[in-house]
Structures are given as structure tokens and as C-alpha cells.
Design a protein around this ligand. Structure first.
Ligand code: GUN
Length: 288
């Protein structure tokens, strides 16, 4: 699944996803033989076009792996209490092992309140404070899908993080912060950079591994990368021609790095794959 090029090795998220999803499908079959079909409920409130694509892909991923899935779409006028009531019902639905509310939700709904309403046992996004606390303390729980996918990509190239310096750019609750904790758990020395960081280049030049998760083009350019570093690009942006691109200047950085994830076809597909892994695990944990 890793393709050599003139510069860096490409870490192919499509191929790795296929491999992992084959394993997920087999495990789902084994669970079905015991009378349990992994089930995911996906809730979308409003008609954000990007969210519509994401939820469709999540449901399709479930179908491809033989999961049960339900997509509940609601008008943007849905009230917070109506949404909380739906989550409460799904918390008690034995056919549903994972619950995902697609973000962002409309402004009149408190996203934090919604996330905390999901049972931690069904929190396959890994966004609940109980999941965050479990990650921080090394307890069993669900890891957020995007950084979890990044860890799988490093594992796929046999990269040993022990003692390595990892620099994460971006401190979101969904990617940057959990990413730093996962890298730390694998014994890397971690620097978490953000918008107030002085001299980002001085930080990234020291890094053996760089994860770019800002949501802005060209945050990382070749002059900021130590030769031989491994670069993971979490960004999903559009360039001037409207083409999908990451946070990393791919053409420049691939000449310097030893391995790099492309956009598209890198971290993106892994996010849904890890959602399927989490949902399967939720079902396995719930099995008698
Ligand atoms: N919006 C953007 N990414 C995500 C995600 O991973 N999960 C949810 N629930 N909403 C999102």
C-alpha cells in the first residue's frame, strides 16, 4: 500500500483503508454469526452540502462492511431538545452500537451539549469528555477517527515513534489535541503548535514526524521540513482552481520528506475507516 516515488514514499490511505475494511467486514460477519449486526446511527441536522457528502459516505461505508445503518436527516429548524430526545432514544436502541451527530450543527443547538448526550459506550466519534478522558489516561474508550487513522498510517509503514520528536500543527479537540496524546502514548516527544506559536519553522525543522491539521493551504513548505521527516497532512482545502488540497505544499515537501500522505487519497479515507472500526468495536463490546 506504500508507493515509492522519486521523492518521499507515498502513504496510500485508499489502499490501507481497503485492507482495514476487509478485516472489519470479516469481524462483522463473525459477530453476525452470533446474532449481532453492528449498527451505526448518523444524524444530520440542516443541509450543509459538505456534511451531506460526509454522511452519505459514512452510511455507504457501513453498507460496504455489512453493518446496519440509519441516516436521520432533520430540518435546520429542529430544536435542541428534539435532538437530545432522539439521541436518548438511540442510546437505548439495542440495534444501534454507534451514534454520530454530524458537525457543525445549526447555531441554535449547543454542540457540546449534544456530544455529551451520547452514551460514551456509543460515542464512536470519540468526542465525548469521557472518551477524551479515557484517551488522556490510557483507559479503554473510543479514539477520534482522524488522529486514530493517522496512527494507523504510521503503523502501516512500520514507523517506531519511541523517542522521536513529533510536531503537531493545530490544536482542535477533534484532531490536534487527541493526535498529540496518541503520539505521546507511543513514546514520542510531542510539540503541539498553534496559531500563537512563535517561529513555527523552528519547531517543524526539529521534527521527525509532522502532522499538519490547521485547515489552511501551504502551512507546511519544504524549507520547514527536516530531510527524512514523515509528514501527515490532515488538511482538506480547495486551491485557486477549486481542486482539493491539504495543508502541506505536497510537491515541495515530497522532495524532502521520507514519507508523506497525499490529498486526496491520504488521511481522508482513513477517517471513515476508523469510524467503522470504532463502530465494530462498540458492537463487540456490547456483545454478550
Ligand atoms: N464534521 C467534520 N468532521 C466530523 C467528524 O469526524 N465527525 C462528526 N460528527 N462531524 C464532523
Amino acid at each position: 500500500m506504500n508507493t515509492s516515488t522519486s521523492g518521499a514514499q507515498l502513504i496510500d490511505g485508499v489502499a490501507l483503508s481497503q485492507k482495514l475494511r476487509t478485516d472489519v467486514t470479516a469481524r462483522a460477519q463473525a459477530l453476525k454469526a452470533r446474532g449481532i449486526t453492528p449498527g451505526l446511527a448518523v444524524i444530520l441536522v440542516g443541509d450543509n452540502p459538505a456534511s451531506q457528502v460526509y454522511v452519505r459516505n459514512k452510511v455507504k461505508g457501513c453498507q460496504d462492511c455489512g453493518f446496519h445503518s440509519v441516516l436521520e436527516k432533520y430540518d435546520a429548524s429542529m430544536t435542541e431538545s428534539e435532538l437530545l430526545a432522539r439521541i436518548e432514544a438511540l442510546n437505548h436502541d439495542p440495534a444501534i452500537h454507534g451514534i454520530l451527530v454530524q458537525l457543525p450543527v445549526p447555531k441554535h443547538i449547543n454542540a457540546a451539549k449534544v456530544i455529551e448526550a451520547i452514551s460514551p459506550a456509543k460515542d464512536v466519534d470519540g468526542f465525548h469528555v469521557a472518551s477524551a478522558g479515557a484517551l488522556m489516561t490510557g483507559m479503554p474508550g473510543f479514539w477520534p477517527c482522524t488522529p486514530y487513522g493517522c496512527m494507523k498510517m504510521l503503523e502501516s509503514i512500520g514507523y517506531d515513534l519511541r523517542g522521536k520528536h513529533a510536531v503537531v500543527i493545530g490544536r482542535s479537540n477533534i484532531v490536534g489535541k487527541p493526535m498529540a496524546l496518541m503520539l505521546l502514548e507511543k513514546n514520542a516527544t510531542v510539540t503541539l503548535c498553534h496559531s500563537a506559536t512563535h517561529n513555527l519553522k523552528a519547531m517543524t525543522l526539529q521534527a521527525d514526524v509532522i502532522v499538519a491539521a490547521v485547515g489552511k493551504r501551504n502551512v507546511l513548505t519544504a524549507d520547514m521540513v527536516k530531510p527524512g521527516a514523515v509528514v501527515l497532512d490532515v488538511g482538506m482545502n480547495r486551491n485557486d482552481e477549486g481542486k482539493l488540497c491539504g495543508d502541506v505544499d505536497f510537491e515541495g515537501v515530497r522532495q524532502v520528506a521520507s514519507a508523506i500522505t497525499p490529498v486526496p487519497g491520504g488521511v481522508g479515507p482513513m477517517t471513515i475507516t476508523m469510524l467503522l472500526v470504532n463502530t465494530l468495536e462498540a458492537a463487540e463490546r456490547a456483545a454478550p
